[in-house]
Ligand binder design. Structure first.
Ligand code: C5P
Length: 210
């Protein structure tokens, strides 16, 4: 099978030295990429800025902004069997980019934000969708309700949800607990384990669904 995986955060520039981003480390997406490679699959890994080494044998595409990630995903979706959108894409970006560094002496700036394009929803809306589409939901509350809403709104086949409010789990951590939600209302909990262990199970489950 051929996987396309997005991972890590995006950075939305304010001026040449400042940006808006988030705490995503990329660990979960990179673990899924490595698990898929180890199981003998092909992987296109589209990654925002992270400090992790590229998994050997992955086709790496490095991007910075949400717009770049959107374009890279759409340029590489042909021939993909399973798309796993794990990246923590910024939801908002500055409406304008200041080409010179904003000076402190000019006072506190007002930065207008505009929404970024939703990559997952854009794949869900593709009419000729012949790949399995898995999205992630990082939630601090109402895990099931939010995950099921995402499944429907973004027209995914699978939503993988994790509770990012739990200490020692989720963002930046090496461990996670995930729940897999499917459109037939069923769900499956993968109990606390390393991201790499969860990734192995997830790859098997996704391949069985495709
Ligand atoms: O709506 P929310 O951001 O919580 O949805 C998370 C899911 O949507 C993740 O799979 C994430 O990769 C994807 N997403 C995306 N493009 C965006 C925002 C989120 O692909 N602009």
């Amino acid at each position: 099978m051929k996987f396309l995986i997005t991972a890590g955060p995006t950075r939305e520039p304010i001026d040449p030295v400042r940006y808006i981003s988030n705490r995503s480390s990329g660990k979960m997406g990179y673990a899924i990429a490595q698990a898929a490679l180890d199981a003998g699959h092909e992987v296109v890994l589209i990654s925002g800025p992270v400090t992790l080494p590229a998994p050997p044998r992955a086709q790496m595409i490095r991007v910075t902004t949400a717009d770049e990630m959107y374009d890279a995903v759409h340029a590489n979706i042909a021939g993909i069997d399973i798309a796993v959108l794990c990246a923590a894409v910024a939801d908002f970006k500055p409406a304008a980019f200041a080409s010179r560094k904003i000076k402190k002496r000019e006072g506190i700036p007002v930065i207008e934000l505009v929404p970024t394009r939703d990559i997952l929803a854009s794949l869900g809306a593709l009419k000729a969708k012949n790949f399995l589409l898995a999205g992630f939901a990082a939630e601090t509350d109402d895990l099931e309700k939010n995950a099921r809403e995402k499944l429907e709104k973004k027209q995914c086949d699978v939503v993988i949800a994790n509770d990012v409010s739990a200490p020692g789990l989720g963002f930046e951590s090496d461990e996670n607990v995930i729940t897999i939600f499917l459109p037939d209302q069923s769900s499956q909990v993968l109990p606390r384990a390393t991201k790499r262990g969860l990734a192995n199970d997830l790859v098997k489950i996704l391949c069985a669904l495709q």
